[in-house]
Design a protein around this ligand. Sequence first.
Ligand code: F6R
Length: 237
Amino acid sequence: MNLIKVKDYEELSRAVADLIYMEVNNNPECVLGLATGSTPIGAYKCIIEDYNAGEIDFSDVTTVNLDEYVGLSPENPQSYRYFMDENFFNHINIDKSRTHLPDGMAQDPDAEAERYEELIEELDGIDLLLLGMGHNGHIGFNEPDEEFVANTRRVYLAEQTLKANSRFFDSTEQVPESAITMGIKTIMSAREIILAVSGNDKANMLKKALFGPITPRVPASVLQLHNGLTVITDCLE
Ligand code: F6R
């Protein structure tokens, strides 16, 4: 594991952006796996700055996002598609048809999850995957559980995640109860992974994830087994 400890969120954002920058410049046809949430917003801003400075070209890049809420359309400001467009894709020269998220409006979310898994296989997998981590150690929407679940699938969100995500909605009741998420095998198949974790309130969980036993009770702990893991964090001494 490559552990990069940074001073604050600003440094974290720049460090994440630099790794994405290097990947895209070394491999202009790369497949990036991307996350939503508060953590990557600063990194996306940094990359947009690099793009505006003429330093990075996304015309041949493909992206696959980790997850999407079931029941939210792309026009819904709380959907992850909307988030990605607003915070990243609308500001760079990426071909939107190459930006993929699970379809939250699919009639059959289980079939949609299967289609998404196949799509990632057809793309020959993910070159670089950016992950955040929830306070309960979740990655994507792989919540603490009795076992690791391999494949992309529909999941029902843990109570803690519903509460945490309600900050983006008017109330907890409005947070969709389920989502489609990449599974643990899908995540672990990425050739390189960046885990970005910010804020002291995640420090204990991050220590458990990186240095504790590998257990589905702490989903991020499985990343200890990945050979190409870089952790970038401002919450470890
Ligand atoms: C987002 C995702 C989630 C978040 C995690 C951390 O696509 O899959 O696992 O990465 O909930 O969220 P923030 O960054 O908002 O603390």
